[in-house]
Design a protein around this ligand. Structure first.
Ligand SMILES: [Fe+2]
Length: 240
């Protein structure tokens, strides 16, 4: 999963959806916090999960942990600084100690934005091609754009990409390499307000994408009540 953005209600929906599923690793590609009003609830939940965890720092986590909000729009910067003031001491420490991508586990590379830079957005096939040329990992998992996407490079070095619509299982070809974004749990931007996440099965070579409806009005009310910028609440209804 990726880009939880302090949205406890969306995370609760994801957790109840995966409760009966089996998996070996829990991967979070960053932006646990920022934008939303429930940073401690989200971090408490993520810290307490049982199992092998691979958690990567996102740009919002970095700023909430105390670094400067360079390149942030005013609403994002305001939310990051608000988050900083509300974090419990253990959650602040957790954010400070998050691993910075890229991190490699077996054949899978994990990063927030791109392997070059946690602030870089990967939107295009052209950009994906540059990453495929520079990194040889068969699978690169990334977040940051809040869009569920799969890019691949085939044997003839052609690069393609697709925005994943709804719930679907993507079959991976072992002869190809992939850049995969599970979408955002807490602030989807593909005009679908439902929380997005994915399960990668390295034995079957599949990626299953999920969408989970949740009560975003509750999340919106928490944002408004906290006095955070209204636009951060409004966008949750539209998935933008
Ligand atoms: Fe994000």
């Amino acid at each position: 999963m990726s880009d939880l953005h302090s949205n406890a209600e969306a995370l609760r929906g994801v957790m109840s959806r995966v409760r009966r599923k089996k998996f070996d690793h829990i991967i979070c590609l960053g932006d646990f916090v920022g934008y939303g009003a429930e940073p401690n609830q989200v971090l408490d939940t993520m810290r307490m999960l049982h199992g092998t965890k691979h958690y990567i720092r996102g740009n919002h986590d970095r700023v909430a942990a105390g670094q400067e909000a360079i390149g942030f729009n005013p609403a994002a910067a305001e939310a990051a600084i608000w988050t900083r003031s509300r974090l419990s001491a253990p959650n602040r420490r957790f954010l400070e100690r998050l691993e910075v991508g890229p991190v490699r586990h077996d054949g899978v590379m994990l990063c927030h934005g791109s392997p070059h830079d946690e602030d870089e957005y990967v939107f295009t096939e052209f950009h994906a091609a540059q990453i495929f040329a520079e990194y040889d990992a068969p699978i690169i998992l990334y977040g940051h754009t809040h869009l569920p996407v799969v890019f691949w490079i085939d044997e003839k070095r052609r690069v393609n990409g697709t925005l994943v619509r709804g719930e679907t299982t993507f079959r991976l070809n072992p002869a190809q390499r992939y850049l995969i974004n599970p979408g955002s749990v807490g602030q989807p931007r593909d005009r679908n307000p439902e929380a997005s996440f994915a399960i990668f099965d390295s034995a079957r070579m599949t990626v299953q994408f999920f969408r989970v409806p949740y009560d975003y009005v509750k999340t919106q009310n928490a944002i408004v009540k906290a006095g955070l910028p209204r636009q951060l609440a409004d966008r949750l209804a539209f998935g933008t």
